[in-house]
Design a protein. Structure first.
Length: 597
């Protein structure tokens, strides 16, 4: 938000309580209007109006601000700037460019620093995609800018504007210079490459579609067992040391999304600093370029006031929607939404609202739901594509991490999240202790997208993909029951069939689910490879079952040589997948030798 000299000086501060300031003489302002507080011009947002009193959540430290100081009105809601220059940015919760502020003022943000989110001087090469005389409507591409090596940034007709292209330019422009003029019913409208959008209002689209394609991630436990759909929502709790960071990096690198928005609400200052240091180091495996060339980071460190945290998820999701509108598949990772909820709790407490569970405001559930509801697979406002077809589809997937105190899943934030998201990846520290990574529990996690995406998977991967998954899950569930028995009476009490089940379960866990994020090949498995791997294990299991009936000895089966090859399937490179197919023959040969002997 820009500070203008003509801002109306109106209110007068009557109370300062941490991030909350109460001002009088505020009639005429609206809920969620942005205001600037005191001569220091600290930015804030009106979150409660009672008569002529306004409660303002302030996004900067309020120390030293006193009663009697003025409040300036903007009469506008909190907005973000959208346009070229946004990719590779590192913003705080209210879209202040942290990397630039850092260069200018050093480590701690000085109060009242106001810098535009998008560079005003930089020139971008604008390539038009329409001609004079073309009729255009909201969302239509006017042209594009090659923003980074990985992202073409389409300049779209802003919502609410349609008409005839009166002028279209080509060349190098700053984000504020006019690149097109549109003749509308209400006169000529000049269009620059910058759009502004209020963060608390979802950006428009034509309709939401049922998420029916997979957001493949290359992570076997996710894609095969608990898949997320493009435009879907997922929640991952993150006990410390359980591999939350690794999972997020893996998703950012490998998920089938073109643009990544990472919203970090760190607890301790250094947690976020880690992210700020780590993310820029990550390499996009598909292009070899820095991952930042298709990433936007929103970072709240603990030395920023809670109110900025509250705003950050909206800032992030709005940026995500903007790229979705261009027709991209966007993935948002919010870490951790618990910190966001705590910010809500703090502000609500200061407002002296009636507290709900654990002191969280009664509207906690509604806020969480409205955040995840901004995810989706959508038919974009404009259907026009470069291909000339009328089918522009965009996807915004949201993956939220939660960090309940003590890992307690009955926590109100976890519960409210689970009511709205469709996938739950239960990261468990016991698995991490046993060095089973990713430490996603196969017994407690779930995905409600399997039915939605099954047609897609059948068509694009294999018809029995999810049948194999069901069978593998059954084996793992049976293992859990058998383990109980083994604990009570020992392994010798089990039948050969049961021992085979335990063996198969172990193979599924160790040879399939376990995936080393740091191994050059194992870090990513194509779905084709995943399918071949699980298929081979289930094939082994079924064959072994037959051979047990024919009199083979379970110990001999447990000691089969081919098991070694099965265990090494994960290291087979993508270009040599037929090596996995060959294993079946070896299973056949070795099994038949078991009864000949
Ligand atoms: P958290 O962020 O939950 O505290 P991390 O993501 O930093 O935990 O993971 C802790 C450690 O666990 C990592 O340093 C790494 O050694 C190990 N780890 C986690 N996930 C994997 C994985 N998929 N493959 C191999 N090692 C992993």
């Amino acid at each position: 938000m820009e500070i203008r000299d003509d801002m109306e000086k109106k209110g007068r501060i009557v109370k300062v309580a941490g991030p909350l300031v109460v001002a009088e003489n505020m009639t005429g302002s609206k809920m969620f209007d942005v205001v600037y507080v005191s001569e220091k011009r600290l930015m804030g947002e009106i979150i409660e109006l009672k008569g002529d009193l306004a409660s303002i959540q302030v996004y900067e430290e309020t120390g030293g601000i006193g009663v009697g100081e003025p409040v300036y009105l903007t009469r506008k809601p909190l907005t973000v700037e959208l346009g070229p220059g946004i990719i590779e940015s590192i913003y705080d919760g209210i879209q202040r460019p942290l990397n630039i502020i850092y260069e200018k003022v050093g480590d701690f943000i000085t109060r009242g620093v106001h810098l535009p989110a998008l560079d005003r001087e930089k020139k971008w090469e604008f390539e038009p995609l329409v001609q004079k005389g073309d009729i255009v409507a909201p969302g239509d591409y006017l042209g594009f800018v090659q923003e980074t090596t990985l992202i073409k940034h389409y300049i779209m007709v802003p919502p609410g504007i349609s008409g005839k292209v009166k002028d279209i330019r080509k060349g190098n422009f700053t984000v504020e210079e006019v690149v097109a003029v549109i003749e509308t019913q209400h006169g000529d409208t000049e269009i620059s490459m910058i759009q502004r959008w209020p963060v608390r209002t979802p950006r428009p689209y034509v309709e939401k579609l049922a998420p029916n394609t997979s957001l493949f991630t290359g992570q076997r436990v996710i894609d095969m067992f608990f898949p997320i759909a493009k435009g879907g929502t997922a929640c991952v709790p993150g006990p410390f040391g359980s591999g939350k960071t690794v999972i997020q990096h893996q998703l950012a690198k490998w998920a089938d999304a073109e643009v990544i928005v990472y919203i970090g609400c760190g607890e301790r200052g250094n947690e976020m600093t880690d992210v700020l240091l780590e993310f820029p180091e990550l390499v996009d495996p598909k292009s070899g370029e820095p991952l930042m060339k298709r990433t936007i980071l929103i970072a709240n460190t603990s030395n920023m006031p809670v109110a900025a945290r509250e705003a950050s998820v909206y800032t992030g999701v709005t940026i995500g929607e903007y790229f979705r509108d261009m027709g991209y598949s966007v993935a948002i990772m919010a870490d951790s939404t618990s910190r966001w909820a705590e910010a809500m709790r703090e502000i609500s407490g200061r407002l002296e609202e009636m507290p709900g569970e654990e002191g969280y405001p009664a509207y906690l559930g509604a806020r969480i739901a409205s955040f995840y509801e901004r995810a989706g697979l959508v038919k974009c406002l404009s259907g026009k594509n470069l291909s000339g077809q009328n089918d522009r589809i965009g996807a915004l997937s949201i993956i939220g991490a939660v960090s309940p105190p003590g890992g307690d899943l009955s926590d109100p934030v976890v519960q409210a999240t689970l009511r709205v998201v469709k996938v739950f990846w239960s990261l468990e520290d016991q698995l991490a202790y046993r060095r089973h990574f990713p430490a996603i529990s196969w017994l407690n996690s779930y995905s409600l997208y399997i039915e939605n995406i099954s047609e897609y998977v059948k068509k694009n991967v294999a018809t029995d993909y999810f049948d194999l998954q069901t069978e593998a899950m059954r084996i793992l569930e049976e293992e859990a029951e058998l383990e109980e028995i083994v604990r009570l009476v020992g392994i010798d009490a089990l039948s050969s069939q049961d021992r085979l089940t335990l063996l198969a379960a172990r193979m599924i866990r160790e040879d399939f689910l376990h995936q080393n994020a740091f191994h050059e090949v194992d870090t990513y498995s194509s779905v084709e490879k995943q399918y071949k791997m699980i298929n081979t294990i289930i094939y082994f299991y079924n064959k072994a079952r037959d051979y047990l009936q024919l009199g083979a000895d379970i110990k001999a089966i447990e000691n089969m040589k081919v098991r070694d090859r099965i265990a090494r399937m994960k290291y087979v490179p993508q270009s040599e997948l037929n090596r996995i197919d060959d294993i079946k023959k070896e299973i056949d040969t070795e099994m038949s030798s078991l009864i000949e002997e």
